[in-house]
Design a protein around this ligand. Sequence first.
Ligand SMILES: Cc1cc2nc3c(=O)[nH]c(=O)nc-3n(C[C@H](O)[C@H](O)[C@H](O)COP(=O)(O)OP(=O)(O)OC[C@H]3O[C@@H](n4cnc5c(N)ncnc54)[C@H](O)[C@@H]3O)c2cc1C
Length: 416
Amino acid sequence: MYEHLLNDEQRRVVEEARAFVRDTPRQLILDMDADKVRFPRAWLREAARRNLLGVRHPRAWGGRAMDWVTASAVSEEIGSLSYELACVFGLGADLVCDAIIRHGSDAQRERYVKPLLAGEIFAAECLTEPRGGSDFFGTTTTARDCGDHFLLNGQKRFIVGAEGADYFLVYARTDPDPGARAQQSMTCFIVDRGPGVETKYLYGLMGCRGGGTGRLVFRDARVPRENVIGEVNGAYPVFNTMMIPERLGTAAMTIGAARPALEVATQYSSRRKAFGEVINRFQGVSFQVAEAVTLLDASRAMVYLTSRAVDDGVAVDRVRRLISETKKFVTESCQKVVHNAMQVVGGIGYTNVLPLERIYRDIRLASIWTGTNEVMAMIIAHEWYRGRGKHKAARLLRDYARDAAEADAADEIVYE
Ligand SMILES: Cc1cc2nc3c(=O)[nH]c(=O)nc-3n(C[C@H](O)[C@H](O)[C@H](O)COP(=O)(O)OP(=O)(O)OC[C@H]3O[C@@H](n4cnc5c(N)ncnc54)[C@H](O)[C@@H]3O)c2cc1C
């Protein structure tokens, strides 16, 4: 929808992503959904060959130095294939590489970013633990400082690429002092698959299958000191910037995932007849399609606006609310889009004769992962009230409370 806002180079990259979408065999999507494929390595290699992984990263590391607007448009296109393909497409290249490029060393970029963007190795991101994902700073995985290396112990769960990834971005507690501030006691590591790193359990998922989602157990896994990303006890700034690719990326790919559902419903409702009429003549049908179209367009507008805000360098703490709003609004809107699409199609939409049921299962994840939508609401509320306090003077364009006939009835406004 925002194609007219893209320049020629941006449009070319989006067209390349579309060509990749056209060329991806349907059998891969079906095999992943049937858990016949554990991790789509060959497909990722092909994405890398086409130079589509991590398009916004610097050319020096294998990217194309594009902006967030382009990256979001690419994510939408890839999302239209399947939610899980978009997920593995973004996880290593957009999330893990982002952390290493922003906070890591050149040696790490050389060793872990370049080969990943070339499709030679793959990566996973490990935040969530069996004890909980929302309370990230309650992490109980530990890494003991042994001088030239750390010893990592603990578990992470629901890790996409637990099977399939060659290395993991892992957050662990490094300050053993129980009184230390959580934000200053965690470190982010690059952990190679190897001794002490075990993929323990692969989950039977409702949707989003085929990405090797499992539980990882670390038992005295030896992590060399040079694999610390940023500073020891300095995971907070890494985590803080990672919410951009995590949540903005999720929003963009969710639009793509919902789009085919609307297309299928539009085609079907333009031909299917009931009571002698094509069903899109019934407002009960066409208004549901209208709502879905509106939600998709509003979602794109939001993703575009937020992508621009990040591109324009709006400070992370200021952009945090926008990102959280976008993740929450877009994922809920797109779930509604798919719901409407299935409703419009009727019974056959509930079968695997059409892909709607798979999309419905897949997209249910959108409001749960990369921070649940309740956590997004918490951040939005927090940032909103904080911002109101901080920018009070600037906000008073006029005293709107005074624009009431009885504004002087001060006794009637009771706060306590
Ligand atoms: C298929 C799949 C893939 C995933 N991939 C990854 C991955 O690759 N890497 C990774 O690290 N994680 C991954 N996750 C984990 C995901 O991010 C977490 O499941 C999510 O953050 C929620 O954590 P939790 O499941 O532990 O739920 P909990 O944190 O236990 O939350 C349970 C419920 O309580 C609510 N809640 C919790 N705290 C609050 C609060 N303060 N206020 C209001 N409500 C609250 C939550 O919103 C939720 O509804 C994946 C999950 C799934 C299902």
